[in-house]
Design a protein around this ligand. Structure first.
Ligand SMILES: [Zn+2]
Length: 104
């Protein structure tokens, strides 16, 4: 009888430990995800423009077997594109800056 209780207690302790560890793993995963998002937002702030993915940064679409190269319809020959979210990030940054200017 006592042995059974001890076994049960041991099982409960293991379960508790497992829950604790899964919780820690979840927290670590969340921290890693939050860090990755923060790094991505920082790259958006530093580099709001990225290379056009349609023309690969060439500005035109040269197809094999064609003498004339049509201008890339996505970047209109600018060779770069505004990265998704960079406008929102900069708007927030401007608003925060304006808020702190107004607070003083
Ligand atoms: Zn392009």
């Amino acid at each position: 009888m006592i042995r059974r209780i001890v076994l049960l207690a041991a099982a409960l302790a293991v379960l508790k430990l497992a829950v604790l560890f899964t919780h820690a793993a979840l927290v670590i995963q969340f921290l890693i995800a939050a860090g990755l998002v923060a790094v991505w937002v920082l790259t958006l702030l530093v580099k709001p423009f990225g290379r056009c993915w349609l023309c690969g940064g060439k500005g035109n679409l040269r197809r094999p077997g064609s003498s004339r190269a049509p201008v890339c319809p996505l970047c209109h020959g600018m060779k770069r594109r505004q990265r998704t979210g960079s406008k929102a990030v900069h708007r927030v940054r401007r608003q925060v800056a304006a808020h702190w200017r107004g607070a003083r």
